[in-house]
Ligand binder design. Structure first.
Ligand code: ZN
Length: 215
């Protein structure tokens, strides 16, 4: 069941120049992708490891055929380590057939509005009614509980901040006390869940690295 939109931001590419290495684009990717993973929408600040520069058309496919894709900004995506590793070298398409950057296995997050493909279900999980969207959930392992947990942690933090704002405005002392107690409870749950999330995210798979990691 659809519970909430998948994301609340728009990805807009603003880099006009070219760099020799994909890592040169990191500040632009961070800004243009709102510092969120373009595949699972997780904010970077939830984890301690740096995000990866993902090649939408994987380097294994274009090496020796269309080498410009190594540093073509349009082919670079801002991805969390887990999504980048799950995506790996998965590719389908005709590389030489058109100049466009297409990987038929995935909707391009900078071209297609993921809100039209994905949504959050009542458990905070990533869901889709679209066939290719469902395949993407499998390919990128977006069904993993860490994604529900990431969403929960983010929303607990939002709730905590809202309660703090409410407290600033409240003048009635009795109401203030109640609000304070709720805020403390939410803050404790947030801290616990954020720790659980990090432990789950930094699992063994996370230790694996792929070539994009060092970019
Ligand atoms: Zn991700």
């Amino acid at each position: 069941m659809r519970y909430a939109d998948f994301k609340e931001h728009e990805i807009k590419r603003t880099c006009q120049r070219t760099y020799e290495k994909p890592s040169g684009y990191r500040p632009y990717l961070k800004k243009d992708f709102h510092d969120r993973c373009c595949y699972c929408n997780m904010p970077q600040n939830l984890i301690t490891s740096p995000f990866h520069v993902d090649h939408f058309v994987p380097s294994k496919e274009f090496k020796g055929k269309r080498d410009s894709l190594w540093t073509d900004y349009e082919n670079l995506m801002w991805s969390c380590p887990k999504c980048n590793l799950s995506k790996g070298d998965k590719y389908k398409g005709d590389l030489m057939g058109s100049r466009e950057i297409v990987n038929e296995l995935f909707y391009n997050p900078a071209v297609t509005d993921y809100n039209e493909i994905f949504y959050r279900n009542e458990y905070g999980g990533i869901d889709s009614d679209d066939e290719k969207g469902r395949e993407m959930i499998k390919r990128l392992k977006l069904y993993r509980p860490i994604h529900n947990l990431a969403w929960l942690v983010e929303h607990l933090e939002i709730l905590w901040k809202k309660l703090e704002e409410e407290l600033q405005r409240e003048t009635d002392e009795d109401k203030k006390e109640i609000l304070n107690r709720i805020k403390d409870k939410i803050a404790n749950i947030y801290v616990e869940q954020a720790m659980a999330f990090r432990a789950a995210y930094n699992g063994r798979v996370f230790q694996e690295r792929n070539e994009d990691d060092e970019l």
